[in-house]
Design a protein around this ligand. Structure first.
Ligand code: NAP
Ligand code: ZN
Ligand code: ZN
Length: 346
């Protein structure tokens, strides 16, 4: 089946209209009519080969929501008409230790990323959500709760789960102080989710004009990272820091904000090596960690959590023709706070 999409033909190329093939439904497949696709900074990193060699043509997009329009004969988890979503991966090996323990986001076998990867056959390229339809195994699709709009739900499939998972793992909640570095797509979801979990939230930004939004989204405190006095006054005050920034920062400054036994979790993915002073960790038995999206079960838990608390992402809906401009705005930290493509315009 052919479907309309937007693709980059080569590394760094502008995205342009294309038609791509979606596979015939296998027994456990569902066909999703895509309504919305979020724009993640990872789309840009990959289409510009900032993480290394990539597969072209590339249809990016791994924050996908839509409505199920057909199901394979063995499907039990979805019915035609259900709201459904797809995140960062569409298949994993299902047999490695991590897959069998329910941590398939850390699959050590062959995992199929939603785009810029290959299917289980290790040959057929996968293509993402900047398209009108997608076929996916029911075990890798999510239920979008009925009270969440498909537009504000789309960014939850990557931005939402990427911050929810470490906030859960490092036990954000009442009595915990959480710092979030960067108010972009991931950062604004981290503020909303940590606040909903009951934590005291500090947003740390390099943009002075984001203070008002940070407080509106649920942060109690705002730190301008370039203000030395503010940063000094906040030393030893945070239990957890989630770093969502897409470029390298001097982590030593941020580690000093952690209390004894505090943890700084890296989720932003610049490729250059980090420079770290050992003393930044040893002085207060601090920890530096990393985290990558979340499992399917945890993603469903996060969607239900957001629905229960009545929020999705803060979005700007764009037409397909605006994608290239939107990408430039993301790179310039000029997005409030996630672009979402209206798939009907593709
Ligand atoms: P985004 O919307 O562009 O947000 C990044 C934020 O970082 C910006 O809003 C800005 O916040 C800050 N920033 C940008 N440039 C900066 C600079 N030069 N100096 C200091 N701060 C700067 O990006 P996103 O979609 O949230 O993604 C963020 C990163 O997470 C990307 O690298 C992406 O690939 C990665 N990611 C990782 C995972 C994972 O599983 N680990 C999943 C999804 C995305 P302020 O203006 O507030 O400073
Ligand atoms: Zn993403
Ligand atoms: Zn696996």
């Amino acid at each position: 089946m052919l479907t309309k999409a937007y693709a980059a033909a080569s590394a760094g190329a502008q995205l342009e209209p294309i038609e791509i093939e979606r596979r015939e439904l296998r027994p456990h497949d569902v066909l999703i009519d895509i309504k919305y696709a979020g724009v993640c900074h990872s789309d840009i990193h990959q289409a510009r080969e900032e993480w290394g060699k990539a597969i072209f043509p590339m249809v990016p997009g791994h924050e996908i929501t839509g409505v199920v329009s057909a199901v394979g004969p063995a499907v039990t988890k979805f019915s035609v008409g259900d709201q459904a979503g797809v995140g960062v991966f569409v298949d994993t090996c299902r047999t490695c230790d991590h897959c069998t323990q329910g941590f398939e986001q850390y699959c050590t076998g062959h995992a199929s990323s939603t785009y810029n990867g290959t299917e289980a056959d290790k040959v057929t390229p996968t293509q993402g959500g900047y398209s009108r339809a997608i076929v996916v195994d029911e075990n890798y699709a999510l239920h979008i709760p009925e009270n969440l709009g498909l537009d504000i739900a789309a960014p939850l499939l990557c931005a939402g789960i990427t911050v929810y998972s470490p906030l859960r793992e490092w036990k954000a909640g009442k009595g915990k102080s959480v710092g979030v570095i960067g108010l972009g797509g991931l950062g604004h979801m981290a503020v909303k989710i940590a606040h909903a979990m009951g934590a005291d939230v500090t947003l740390i930004s390099h943009s002075a004009n984001k203070k008002e939004d940070a407080l509106r989204l649920g942060a109690q405190h705002f730190l301008l990272s370039s203000d030395k006095d503010q940063m000094k006054a906040a030393k030893d005050s945070l239990d957890i820091i989630i770093n969502t920034v897409s470029v390298n920062l001097d982590l030593n400054h941020y580690l000093s904000l952690l209390k004894l036994d505090g943890t700084l979790v890296l989720v932003g993915l610049p490729i250059e090596p980090l420079s770290l002073r050992t003393f930044s960790l040893t002085g207060s038995r601090r920890r530096l960690a990393g985290s990558q999206v979340g499992s399917i079960a945890e993603t469903q838990e996060m969607l239900d959590f957001c629905a229960e608390h009545g929020f999705g992402a803060d979005i700007e809906v764009i037409d397909a023709a605006e994608i290239n401009t939107a990408w430039e705005r993301v790179v310039n930290s000029d997005v409030k706070y996630r672009f979402v493509i209206d798939a009907s315009t593709l």
